[in-house]
Ligand binder design. Structure first.
Ligand SMILES: [Zn+2]
Ligand SMILES: [Zn+2]
Length: 487
């Protein structure tokens, strides 16, 4: 069959005042198209790191003839500023892009103007469309990615599973393929893994083809806007990233939550890149620990504890944000599981059980898969754990028990919403510390393990305390205790 090629060249200029907005370049897709090729060029290109300034960084994406409406667009791929060329055919595509029917009608190339230099930016796009006269596609239009067919993970002793929930492949700006990341996660001894490429679900489509018998794979994406990133776990939908205002951010998070996702505000710290929507809420978790602790994670921890002190119950979570092999040579290295997320799932676990445990705050963080680990409990008949709400006795005396694994040389610290309540240096690898606390003024108790340089090596979510006398609370608490019976 003869193949014909049509080439469209678009050129333009972008002014510095357009920075941090989106530009759409429309073109027509004919009915008999079989392949689309894009070549993009622009002036004074610099890297996407928030530390680099003075040049241009432009993200590239594309929408098909289903349109460009916010939250409901015909998403066909995104690679940020990583690539200047890509293709989409009916059966194959550049990583980051979605193969499938080339729906006839008006398509839009998306330019995300992340950084524009003071002198502006000149760009050229060459669009090449291959077609075969009379061709009609029988390939599907890409939709949400179905749940992965991975084997359930058996419970471990103590009921805690460990995993990684934030990392990247070459489907966005990483250098690894999905299969090699799954292998690395297994080698690190992790039980579950979510790969969260920026703004695209193409990695999830590839993982859906894979059967991983000995690690639990969870669907994920990192929604990456100009002023903040959030992770979405447990759904296969594409989530819109074209957020220009706080209300767009709220709407995008709500869109994910309504579909059943667990969401997290990512790396709210300088150069995170930072989270610039402090007023936006609606996410379940805050990533208080992104990569090695010394990389300014104290700011993210402070962002979380400020919200806890306001009475918000948001789950502390962590992730390595691993991108590329060179990060393994850093000192300390940024590998999968740095930090490790421990989730309490005492029964046989699937992705839904992991995500439910995260929603409940049954989460403890550690600097490595084999690093120190804390299990914090309130010594009551229900043994309330991190994430639970419990009612202390009216006297306000509460004994908490911290099981500290691999903690020798570190200091256990217990905090409420205002201050440090307790501190003890650990000398043995395995220690169970009992602390009798006065919690009359406390909203919660949470634990940290710090090393002599004051780096966090492990931390827990809070055990929330509820002194409210209402009958409604009584009912909620007894219901809660019933749910925990038999632990
Ligand atoms: Zn990020
Ligand atoms: Zn990331």
């Amino acid at each position: 069959m003869n193949t014909f090629q049509q080439t469209i060249t678009l050129a333009g200029r972008i002014g510095v005042e357009q920075a941090k907005t989106y530009v759409y370049l429309p073109f027509e897709m004919p009915g008999d198209a079989t392949r689309l090729d894009i070549e993009f060029e622009y002036s004074h290109r610099i890297g996407s790191s928030p530390l680099l300034e003075g040049g241009n960084t432009i993200d590239l994406g594309i929408f098909d003839a289903r349109g460009i409406d916010f939250l409901n667009a015909g998403f066909r791929g995104w690679t940020g500023s990583e690539r200047l060329t890509f293709f989409i055919s009916e059966t194959d595509a550049t990583p980051g892009y979605l193969a499938g029917a080339l729906i006839p009608g008006r398509w839009h190339l998306l330019l995300g103007l992340y950084k524009i230099a003071p002198e502006g930016c000149e760009y050229t796009v060459v669009i090449t469309i291959s077609s075969q006269p009379g061709h009609q596609s029988t390939e599907p239009i890409p939709g949400p990615v179905p749940e992965f067919a991975t084997a359930p993970v058996l419970p471990r002793e103590g009921g805690w599973l460990r995993g990684e929930l934030h990392c990247h492949t070459y489907h966005s700006d990483g250098d690894g393929d999905p299969v090699s990341l799954v292998r690395m996660a297994r080698e690190r001894g992790l039980d579950f893994l979510a790969i969260t490429d920026h703004n695209t679900i193409s990695c999830q489509r590839e993982l859906a083809q894979l059967y991983a018998p000995d690690i639990l794979l969870i669907r994920g994406v990192e929604v990456t806007t100009f002023k903040g990133h959030f992770n979405v776990w447990g759904v296969g939908d594409w989530i819109d990233f074209r957020v220009l205002r706080a209300q767009d951010m709220t709407a995008a998070i709500r869109f994910a939550v309504e579909r059943g996702a667990v969401t997290t505000c990512n790396h709210p710290k300088p150069f995170g890149p930072p989270w610039e929507y402090p007023e936006v809420e609606g996410y379940h978790c805050i990533e208080v620990w992104n990569g090695p602790w010394y990389e300014m994670n104290q700011s993210a921890l402070d962002f979380w504890t400020e919200r806890l002190a306001q009475g918000k119950r948001i789950v502390a979570i962590g992730g390595s944000d691993y991108h590329r092999r060179s990060q393994l040579l850093q000192d300390p290295p940024r590998a999968l599981g740095t930090p490790t997320v421990w989730v309490y799932v005492p029964e046989t676990a699937d992705a839904a059980a992991i995500l439910n445990a995260i929603r409940r705050g049954h989460v403890s963080l550690s600097d490595e898969p084999e690093g120190p680990f804390l299990d914090l409990r309130a010594e009551t008949d229900t043994m309330a754990m991190a994430g639970d709400t419990m009612r202390p006795s009216p006297s306000g005396r509460l004994t908490v028990r911290a099981e500290c694994h691999r903690g020798a040389g570190f200091v256990l610290q217990l905090f409420d919403h205002r201050k440090k309540l307790f501190e003890q240096a650990l000398t043995q690898p395995q220690t169970t510390v009992r602390a009798a606390l006065d919690v009359r003024e406390s909203m919660f108790v949470r634990a940290e393990l710090r090393d002599p340089a004051d780096n966090v090596r492990a931390l827990t979510n809070p055990i929330y305390l509820d002194f409210a006398p209402s009958a409604l609370i009584d009912k909620a608490v007894s219901q809660h205790y019933n749910n925990h019976a038999g632990r």
